[in-house]
Ligand binder design. Structure first.
Ligand SMILES: C[S@@+](CC[C@H](N)C(=O)[O-])C[C@H]1O[C@@H](n2cnc3c(N)ncnc32)[C@H](O)[C@@H]1O
Length: 283
């Protein structure tokens, strides 16, 4: 099956392993809730009657909403015109920095998307004042033909998704029941992405957040809702004991996911450094 890649290149996105994790997803889903949707790679590739995609990072959610409000043609026109008018390119650092200053006063969501396309590693990094502060992606980042194609392909799926932006505990999931499905891809306690360094104006991720999430998933289990949780159980010699204990206490199932296909031989020889990606399900 061919999957749609989000045009965000979101850090920690599940695009590379979507087939492996979806193998464990329920075959028929009424309502699917993607609690930590990030760039949306999982939500846009999941078939369900109703999809809710949530992320605390409202900057990203606002971009999805802006895409939908403007429609495909107007969005592409806006992006192309902005790139032209601002002389953005892989080489023009000055234009990038000027545009970044402009965005930090205008706050326009589509401007943020364009800015991100020219930034270092396409990251959504904000300082405590919620100013975008990611450096220039010199020589590498741009709104490429591939990103344009990904954007176009994703557009068809956006109408089917309801976007929310809040802490995962603030969503009202009390109406979910058998036939519904919650997917959770939180920041991983043992690794670190730039969205969980606590510096972007959003609080970082700590073991107490894991505990809150485990409690919510236990609650889903009591409601008869199926869930799948992505995480890492081992990383650089560390073991996520709380995760493993929670999984055992709940009688849940842990499936191994091969994230680093390219490095498998290397990893086998360096057991101490192994990062073990897992998917925990209650079914
Ligand atoms: C691993 S990323 C999700 C990536 C996503 N599955 C994808 O494929 O692009 C984790 C996400 O959790 C979000 N997040 C962090 N704390 C959160 C919270 N308390 N409530 C909801 N979302 C949160 C971050 O903003 C980040 O986008």
């Amino acid at each position: 099956m061919e999957y749609i890649k989000s045009p965000m290149n979101y850090i920690g996105n599940k695009y590379r392993i979507i087939g492996q994790i979806q193998r464990w997803f329920p075959k028929r889903i009424h309502t699917m809730v993607d609690l930590f949707c990030g760039g949306g790679d999982v939500a846009v590739n999941t078939a369900a009657e109703h999809i809710i995609a949530n992320d605390i990072n409202y900057h990203v959610i606002d971009i999805f909403k802006a895409f939908r409000e403007r429609g495909l043609q107007e969005t592409l026109y806006y992006i192309d015109e902005t790139i032209r008018a601002r002389s953005l390119s892989k080489e023009n650092k000055e234009a990038y920095l000027e545009f970044r200053d402009y965005y930090n006063t205008s706050g326009n969501a589509l401007d943020l998307y364009v800015l991100m396309c020219y930034s270092f590693n396409y990251q959504f990094r904000f300082n405590a004042a919620h100013e975008y502060n990611n450096p220039f992606g010199a020589g590498r980042s741009c709104f490429s033909d591939v990103m344009r194609e990904n954007l176009i392909r994703m557009f068809d799926r956006l109408d089917a998704i309801e976007f929310e932006s809040s802490d995962f505990t603030m969503l009202d999931l009390s109406g979910l029941g058998p036939g519904d499905f919650v997917y959770a891809d939180p920041p991983y306690l043992l690794t670190c992405g730039s969205y969980n360094d606590g510096k972007r104006g959003f609080k970082g991720w700590s073991s107490s957040d894991d505990v809150r999430l485990f409690a919510l998933l236990d609650q889903m289990n009591r409601q008869g809702v199926k869930f799948a949780l992505s995480n890492v159980s081992h990383h650089k010699g560390k073991r996520h004991q709380a995760l493993i204990d929670w999984k055992s206490d709940g009688g849940y199932h842990m499936h191994r996911i091969n994230f680093n296909y390219d490095n498998c031989n290397y990893q086998a020889n360096n057991k101490k450094n192994v990062t073990r990606e897992v998917l925990i399900t209650n079914y």
